[in-house]
Write a protein that binds this ligand. Structure first.
Ligand SMILES: [Zn+2]
Length: 459
């Protein structure tokens, strides 16, 4: 990087190289003493005093990258006073602005403003050249560029768990009911854009020979959710509590037995629920795909049919992004298979759009978004300790045991950006962070701690 310098030349030309000769002569050939820098001050209230005529000293001033500080350079002109030339530059790419030079007899002072670069090395060498009678002195001050402390860098009163994972603006989940034969093509389409879907299957209708295929989808990251044992109307007053329990919990156990993982979300057949069947479902499941159960708001279900267009789906997604809500799509099969099947072309077109929005949109299974939202409601970040360089935060609360493994995104708002931050979990292992506009994002499990450490710039 080119050195940025400001020259405060008045009458004399600066000769930057004329610094190391033991003797110097003026233009008439007379021996003259060099100007001497006597004190330097950068930012900090206490000047860095020059005690010898050596050409360098270390001045540990606290400056913040990118933030202008005022400074001054005091000097003595040991030859007969003439207006001196002063030049300042640093080796780290900062910039200087002159605030004027005062001369009083043999003593002088140059005032300036120095802006350290936004990303600086930990130490920065500031060089001053003062020339008088064609004789120059060079003086180097080494300045430490301090990082902001934790309390200066972050808004510690505004720590929060992000609404959606990694601070995304909205979420989308795609669910397909009844375990249609085309579910497996649907899964392939989702995987082709890097997404996973939710399949609510009717546990009593799955042939024994087909369970390995559903287990295969679960193993690939898709969600196998519960859509009851035999697809009865669970709002019907004719069903006893025991019958409802068999339809809901019996199906859950059957799915768990066959795929080795207990389904934690439930979709009512025909979306038909009563307070009684909802209560039974929520006893054994984290969430149901019915708005209000247990999510009161920010959750709408978009029902697919054979006439649904990709434009309509895209518009629903845009609305969710604008509102910061959770876009939940409910359908069955594709391409002529299942109730009101969607065309695969519409699905592919829409998912391509969704994938292009991935910087703002979190696409994940119904279960994963539901448990993030539930866990988020059950914890809050508390500061365990904050020192100059480190911040320890814990997600405190009384979360359900089933939510302890759900990674939540902690948002640490940035006031003054530090050059580098590292995060460690409670075991000391480094964990990844994302520096988003205005905040540092890091994942933390409920009831676990995270430590953020500001690293010295240049590290
Ligand atoms: Zn159904």
């Amino acid at each position: 990087m080119a050195r940025q310098r400001i020259s405060m030349l008045f009458f004399l030309l600066v000769m930057p190289l004329a610094v190391s000769c033991a003797a110097a002569r003026d233009t008439a050939g007379a021996e003259v003493a060099r100007p001497r820098v006597t004190a330097v001050q950068i930012g900090a209230p206490a000047p860095c005093t020059v005690e010898t005529e050596e050409s360098s000293a270390t001045c540990w001033s606290k400056v913040t990258p990118g933030v202008p500080v005022s400074g001054s350079l005091s000097f003595e002109l040991l030859a007969s006073p003439q207006r001196p030339g002063i030049e300042l530059f640093d080796d780290c790419g900062g910039s200087f602005q002159s605030n004027g030079t005062l001369i009083d007899g043999n003593a002088g002072r140059a005032d300036f403003e120095w802006t350290p670069p936004k990303r600086s090395p930990t130490v920065c060498a500031l060089t001053a050249i003062v020339a008088n009678h064609d004789v120059a002195s060079q003086f180097t001050v080494v300045i430490r560029v301090d990082e902001p402390t934790v309390s200066e860098a972050f808004d510690l009163g505004a720590l929060r768990v992000a609404e959606y994972r990694w601070g995304k603006r909205a979420a989308a989940s795609y669910t397909f009911d009844d375990g249609c034969a085309s579910s497996f093509q649907i899964a392939d389409i989702f995987e082709s854009v890097g997404f996973r879907a939710t399949f609510f299957i009717i546990a009593g209708w799955v042939l024994d020979a087909n369970w390995p295929r559903w287990k295969g989808l679960a193993d690939r990251g898709h969600e196998i959710g519960n859509h009851s044992l035999t697809h009865l109307d669970l709002a019907s007053p004719d069903l006893t509590d025991d019958q409802l329990t068999m339809q809901i919990d019996g199906a859950q156990q059957r799915i768990e037995r066959n795929i080795g993982e207990r389904p934690t979300t439930f979709a009512f057949p025909g979306n038909s629920a009563s307070p009684r069947s909802a209560a039974i479902a929520l006893r054994s499941h984290l969430a149901t795909r019915n708005p209000g159960l247990p999510f009161g708001s920010g959750f709408g279900v978009f029902h697919l049919n054979s006439r649904t267009t990709s434009d309509a789906l895209n518009a629903g997604l845009e609305d969710a992004l604008a509102a910061g809500s959770w876009f939940v799509v409910a359908g069955h099969g594709i391409d002529g298979n299942g109730w009101e099947p969607l065309s695969s072309e519409v699905l592919v077109t829409h998912l391509t759009t969704a994938a292009s929005l991935s910087s703002a949109l979190w696409v994940d299974t119904f279960r994963n978004v539901a448990r993030y939202r539930l866990a988020r409601e059950q914890v809050q970040p508390i500061i365990i300790a904050a020192s100059q360089q480190t911040l320890r935060v814990r997600l405190d609360g009384n979360p359900d045991a089933s939510l302890l493994a759900v990674p939540l995104t902690l948002e640490v708002p940035i006031v003054q950006p530090p050059a580098a931050v590292r995060a460690h979990d409670a075991s000391g292992a480094e964990v990844p962070i994302v520096v988003a506009p205005g905040a540092i994002l890091v994942e933390v499990l409920p009831l676990q701690e995270i430590e953020l450490e500001i690293l010295p710039s240049g590290a």
